[in-house]
Write a protein that binds this ligand. Structure first.
Ligand code: ADP
Ligand code: TRP
Length: 332
């Protein structure tokens, strides 16, 4: 079967290193060889009721930042979810075959029930069906995402399988979360525990647009411990996290040399952080420069979105024509 790559993310603010390393970087590599679609999931962000001005600005911000990361409109199809009516149409069909119990059991839904009990809207409940529609509207087979999205992809496979089963036709593939054949990535936070996330406190999350100064400040403040006291000690989570980050942005030699000094207990976390900060600054510099270069180029951004919309709708319409026919919506 042909590999079709689909991914997207919600426009909830600036992109961070976790977004880049977990999803966007994989996608950028895959756009070279595969038919691919990347979108700004602006409908998904409505679950939290953003005000119109913020929504509009955030959509622009992430579009700019995706382009700066290397998503190339000449190689991939880059568009806004809300420009593709076929996605909402497919969402409706999937909702008819999605059951309350399974939607209520999704861990992210249960978390929201705790964190925002006053806003448990139906959009939150049906988040996985909309996400399945995003992917399956192009018959996506591979979805570059971070580890936290595994459950949603599992649901997507269920909906695809169920649809095929109900209508007794192989309309949809069962898409898999994908990271170039490797484990899904989880970029750690600088606060010593858990994954990097924009809902962390400001200082624990490295944004792609952060200045060199801001990066240095955040990294130097990263949580560590007092250092190893016996040779080859198991690393505590916070220290392991710094090493993990280093593996993403530093050379293998640099990582090995700090591993060695950890193991023989001569490590100085201050030196390690300084090195990590410099490597991060250099790693992100080209992205930041590109963000600055295109951030105010509305003509270019409009052109990208228009072209993406046209291309995405061709593929989406093809799928929906087939789906409608299969369901029984046919001409007389
Ligand atoms: P956040 O957790 O900051 O709200 P999103 O939920 O918007 O980030 O995630 C957008 C994309 O980035 C998803 O594919 C998600 O899996 C990926 N992602 C987010 N944070 C990380 C992380 N720390 N490590 C790996 N991937 C991540
Ligand atoms: N749920 C994803 C996130 O929180 C965003 C998303 C929406 C998505 N639709 C998708 C990701 C389809 C991959 C494919 O980041």
């Amino acid at each position: 079967m042909k590999e079709i790559v689909v991914s997207g993310s919600r426009p909830t603010g600036n992109l961070h290193l976790g977004n880049y390393l977990g999803a966007v970087k994989q996608f950028v590599l895959m756009q070279e060889k595969h038919e691919s679609y990347f979108f700004v999931a602006d409908y998904h962000s409505l679950t939290t009721h953003p005000n119109p001005k913020d929504l509009h600005e955030n959509v622009k911000t992430v579009l700019v930042e995706y382009l700066a990361c290397g998503l190339d409109p000449n190689k991939t199809t880059l568009y806004l979810q809300s420009d593709i009516p076929e996605i909402t149409e497919l969402y409706l069909f999937f909702n008819m075959h999605a059951y309350l119990g399974e939607l209520e059991r999704v861990p992210t839904f249960k978390e929201k029930a705790k964190s925002q009990p006053d806003n448990m809207n139906a959009g939150l409940l049906t988040y996985p069906t909309l996400m399945a529609a995003d992917i399956l509207v192009h018959k996506g087979t591979h979805v570059p995402v971070g580890k936290d999205q595994e459950q949603h992809l599992e649901m997507c496979r269920n909906f695809a399988r169920r649809f095929n089963h109900v209508y007794q036709q192989e309309v949809f593939p069962e898409p898999i979360p994908f990271n170039m054949g490797n484990e899904l990535v989880k970029v750690p936070s600088l606060n010593g525990t858990g994954k990097m996330s924009k809902s962390d406190d400001e200082n624990s999350c490295i944004f792609l647009k952060d200045s060199a100064e801001a990066i240095r400040k955040k990294v130097m403040r990263a949580v560590t411990d007092t250092g190893p006291t016996t040779p080859n000690e198991t690393k505590p989570e916070a220290v392991e996290n710094l090493f993990d980050l280093m593996k993403h942005v530093s050379t293998q030699d640099t990582v090995s040399s700090f591993e060695e000094s950890y193991n023989n207990m001569t490590i100085r976390y201050g030196d390690m952080k300084k090195q990590l900060a410099e490597d991060m600054v250099n790693y992100l510099a080209p992205i930041r420069e590109k963000i600055d270069a295109i951030a105010n180029d509305n003509t270019y951004l409009r052109h990208v979105a228009e072209e993406g919309k046209e291309k995405a709708r061709i593929s989406a319409r093809r799928t929906l024509d087939e789906v409608r026919n299969v369901i029984g919506f046919r001409n007389f």
